[in-house]
Design a protein around this ligand. Structure first.
Ligand code: UGA
Length: 468
């Protein structure tokens, strides 16, 4: 197929290069001249392992000319940013602008595809905008992306699921052709509204799992919640998002949970469960800070997770801001994200590596579990530091005797077998509440609840066991 993609951020660019890799002809469009120039030179403006190599092997056209991009594709993907507004709702200005450009330039039947994360009803909204300028035939499809930063190429090429929300047979067949070379059994075709909901509900549910276990850490500070989560994984899903730590960050979970909460609130839905996810996470990011009053603090890691340069809503920055407020000196390093962090917080002393960062520090906080931090020479770290406090935000190390060492949720009191079983049951009850919420939302907006839950369960990290 001939495909055009509007937006060359994480979503648009990764999708564009991967669509070329599975046999399509691809044209990527962006308004940002610098970005397009960089891409034309074969350089990648984002940090995403494997993407550059894939671009070298596959031909992709890049342009800033919107008309050229719209003429090129039989299928046009919208992969532009959808930032949050102050009230948590989503700002669709960029999506609207692309829809308008399509409406003004389209001359024959095309399939327009929403790939950006957008609220329920956006397929209809895009369709209405196009109709204002064009009265020929076209279809709008919802095809949410499920790519994790850092392993987006692999997630695209070997997905658990590809969800297509189509309202016509014609669009469905074209979309199946576009995804022709994907692994067997991953395609799910549904209606646009259910497809739009699957994306929000999946991300919100994964964030819910993380906050659920972090909430247990907050509730039982002296208990071994970390061991309990191993039981959760064993009983429910090995790939489940049950790792305790300093909370989730990134450009997706925080924004999507807020937007979904705001959306559900407007539907008069009980959005308490969503508020709780956010509250626990905000608290969790600062879990160590009551033990640090003054001095120099070394942050190992700035990115919201390893293998990315993304610092959006990263726990590191929330910690840094709070520490600076307390009057601490903050030093930090990251293998990839330093330049991004510098754009957001300038009062940090940015260092080139971990040893430079920990030098003369009173406390060290391991924030991001990059491999190079896991392999640190801890004797050297101890000798370089002035103080002795070591906070392990991702439970990377076993208890470190040489430091005054704090981890997350590995208290000395073990849960008994009976207690573990009770905790799993309590979690499953909350999952049931979550599913009931989804059902309410679906009936409010005319989406199909069964399809939404099915789409969620196709995610290997969610699976069937959590919604028995
Ligand atoms: C997430 C989803 O995983 C993707 O499926 C989705 O497509 C993407 O958002 C999106 O909406 O575009 P991403 O934000 O790249 O992907 O990263 P994840 O690997 O999901 O991690 C998110 C956060 O959760 C990180 O801060 C991570 O450290 C944290 N996390 C993850 C935990 O704290 N505990 C866990 O058990 C798992």
């Amino acid at each position: 197929m001939k495909i055009s993609i509007a937006g060359t951020g994480y979503v648009g660019l990764t999708s564009g290069v991967c669509f070329a890799a599975i046999g399509n002809e691809v044209c990527c469009y962006d308004i940002d001249e610098d970005k397009i120039q960089t891409l034309k030179q074969g350089r990648i403006p984002i940090y995403e392992p494997g993407l550059k190599e894939l671009l070298e092997k596959n031909k992709v056209k890049f342009t800033t000319d919107v008309k050229e991009a719209i003429d090129f594709g039989d299928v046009i993907f919208i992969g532009v940013g959808t930032p949050s507004r102050a009230d948590g709702s989503v700002n669709l200005d960029y999506v609207d602008a692309v829809a308008e450009a399509i409406g003004k330039n389209i001359q024959s039947y095309k399939v327009i595809v929403n790939k950006s994360t957008v609220p329920v009803g956006t397929a209809e909204r895009v369709s209405n905008i196009i109709k204002k300028h064009y009265n020929g035939e076209f279809d709008v499809v919802s095809n949410p992306e499920f790519l994790r930063e850092g392993c987006a190429v692999n997630d695209f090429l070997k997905p658990d699921r590809v969800v297509l929300g189509c309202s016509s047979e014609k669009a469905k067949n074209i979309m199946l052709e576009t995804y022709k070379n994907m692994p067997e059994g991953c395609m799910m075709v549904t209606d646009p509204k259910s497809s739009e909901l699957i994306k929000y509900a999946s991300n919100t549910f994964l964030a819910f799992c993380i906050s659920y276990v972090n909430g247990l850490v907050q509730k039982y500070p002296n208990k071994d919640v970390n061991e309990l989560t191993k039981y959760f994984k064993e009983k429910l899903n090995k790939k489940g998002f049950f790792s305790v730590g300093i909370g989730y960050g990134g450009s997706c979970f925080p924004k999507d949970v807020r937007e979904f909460a705001s959306f559900c609130g407007k539907q008069n839905n009980n959005s308490e469960v969503f508020k709780e996810i956010i509250d626990i996470n905000e608290k969790q990011k600062l879990i160590f800070l009551d033990k640090i009053e003054k001095g120099t603090v070394a942050l190992l890691g700035l990115a919201f997770k390893p293998n990315t340069d993304d610092v959006r809503e990263a726990p590191s920055l929330a910690m840094a801001k709070e520490l600076l407020k307390k009057g601490c000196k903050v030093k930090a390093c990251d293998p990839a994200a330093t330049e991004e962090a510098k754009k957001v917080v300038s009062d940090i002393e940015y260092c080139n590596n971990a040893y430079e960062t920990v030098k003369d520090a009173d406390a060290v906080i391991l924030v991001t579990e990059w491999d190079e931090f896991k392999e640190l020479d801890l004797e050297k770290v101890k000798n370089l530091m002035k103080g002795n406090l070591f906070f392990d935000g991702k439970n990377v190390f076993d208890k470190l005797e040489e430091f005054e060492y704090y981890d997350v949720g590995r208290g000395s009191i073990k849960f008994t077998d009976e207690e573990k079983e009770q905790e799993v049951k309590a979690f499953l009850n909350r999952c049931k509440d979550f599913a009931d919420n989804i059902k309410d939302v679906c009936s409010g907006v005319g989406a199909n609840a069964e399809e939404v839950l099915k789409g969620m369960m196709l995610d290997g990290r969610i699976g069937r066991n959590m919604f028995p």
